[in-house]
Design a protein around this ligand. Sequence first.
Ligand code: HEC
Length: 162
Amino acid sequence: MKIKLLTYALLIALSMAGCAEAPKTADVVKPEPSGLKFSYPTAQRNVVTLSPPEREFMLNEMRYYLDMIWVTSDALSRDDFDTVAKVARSRIPAMSSSPLPPNLEAKLPAAYKTYWRATHATVDELASTAERSRSSRETLRQLGVVMQGCNECHAIFQFQAR
Ligand code: HEC
């Protein structure tokens, strides 16, 4: 866990070097969201500045995630692994239903992109786990991995539209 946190701290420090809007390194949050800490003041979350359409694109992706977690929990209560796999696999069509704003990726700090891609991979793994294991425990464990990724990124970043 310590090594993982140190890696995140390093990633954040590196990404901040190239991020004009970022707070000073001393203000960067180094949270431990998997523990019992419930407060992450917004003033301490690193600002990612986006245009209004870019922010909207990102928030739409988040809405897909929220729906996915809802559908997954509901399906798992019935051991309906096909629905879990289907909703997790709908990530790509859901994300590509509106075109990626052209300058968006360049505006995202490197640490943000690392969490972003890691989340895509854990959601893809959720689909495979449901299909392969057909076990609600295994699938729930992977859902926990997905949600830890949501949790960590939310503790560290915020969007501001300008
Ligand atoms: C790479 C970083 C990152 C990851 C990973 C991430 N989010 Fe977010 N999410 C954000 C940011 C930043 C915001 C905007 C917060 C703000 O500015 O107040 C946000 C906002 C949201 C919102 C609000 C959407 C709205 O319409 O206002 C929801 C819901 C959400 N995320 C769900 C999730 C879920 C569920 C996951 C995991 C499956 C997830 N997010 C993963 C960064 C992330």
